[in-house]
Ligand binder design. Sequence first.
Ligand code: ATP
Ligand code: MG
Length: 434
Amino acid sequence: MSKQGHTRAVKGMKDILPTESHLWLKVEALCQEIFSRRGYRQIRMPILESTSLFSRSIGAETDIVSKEMYTFDDRNGDSVTLRPEGTASCVRAGIENGLFYNQQQRLWYTGPMFRYERPQKGRYRQFHQVGVECYGWSTPDIEAEVLGMCKQLFSVLGLENTMLYINSLGDSASRAQYRTALVEYLSQHKSQLDDDSVRRLDTNPLRILDSKNADVQALLENAPNILDFLSEESKQHFTDLQRYLTALGVEFSINPKLVRGLDYYNDTVFEWINHDYGAQSTVCGGGRYDGMVEQLGGQATPAFGFGMGMERLIEMLQEQDAQSMQAEQQAQVFVVSVGDEARLQALTLQQALTDSGVVVQCHMGAGSMKNQFKRADKSGAIVGLIIGEDEAKEHQASIKILSRDHAHALAQSEQQTIAQLDVVNVVTNLLDSL
Ligand code: ATP
Ligand code: MG
């Protein structure tokens, strides 16, 4: 509680205010548009899942499962968790509802995720992802399709400086061989490893590859390269993906140290990074996870997908071009009214005009004519509709051009009185003519 005694939001969780929410709506609408052009359909999963879902899929040794989950017992004593990511829920929902049974699926979702992390720029405890998941294709063509959609999204948003990094983790046999080679190499130089990396040597050695520690990174310069361990099949898969991306005009760099935080990936993994943004610069990450459906009890189904961080994306948009971010819909008409009967008529006109797609602000509550005109000017509306007591009696409205830019739009006088029945026609014609 603050000094004043009001309750504040939980640490790391933030409100998305009207000054920002229009950007969220814009990005979500764009995602829907871009994804549905290729037949992706939305799925909505619950926010709360059984805890075992995440320990079985994400991996017990990952940061997420070992220290970041919001887990608690419900009133029945069952352990439940606020989802830290969407993929496991999506797989569970697919198995439970028979979506993978002799079918292929292109799915997308959006919603809040929860991780108990240290809050900072681009890192929150409640954050939002847009996710895409594809089930039933083991070939790299589907990967190129998905990465092509990401590229389209970034281009339309003007985030051209978002770079794609790809890698291949191979199949589980070659990854096991690589893990052995890496552990052998790093064990010979154990004194140069930080505590975190020493611990990971036993639990999750591949994660050492994306250590932020400079000494560890220097040591990794001469470490074995995962790409040298790929099977012929994985090599071909990775080469084909690169060929498709090049044909699509999707630029990429290969980063053999890119392993991603979750245990479940195989073959292709990728990240989109915006280097203009600062430390939390990864805006989107994903890859292939062919083993997960079976791992969670379904029939073996190849899978590929990504999660994109909405907060980071929105902040990148704001930083890049604050001016061009149009605010919410500008009012086109402002209705001034005085007296109870006039107010009732004003509300009726607002209903009719908005039915026709016009953006209308109606003065509410008390307020003198003068005060209401001030608000009308401030609103930025082009047209003012005035219903005083006289107009109300005659079921009329006076119409006035508020914006100086359009002062010429009404021919003779600066104000005309018309029948309320004609208002929708007159106003829509007037707005069309401007
Ligand atoms: P990071 O390395 O930044 O912690 P991650 O590998 O944990 O990311 P993923 O689990 O792959 O992230 O999630 C996909 C995307 O979701 C990330 O690329 C990022 O944009 C976003 N994201 C992840 N964690 C957070 C968070 N705590 N707050 C805001 N966005 C997040
Ligand atoms: Mg993380």
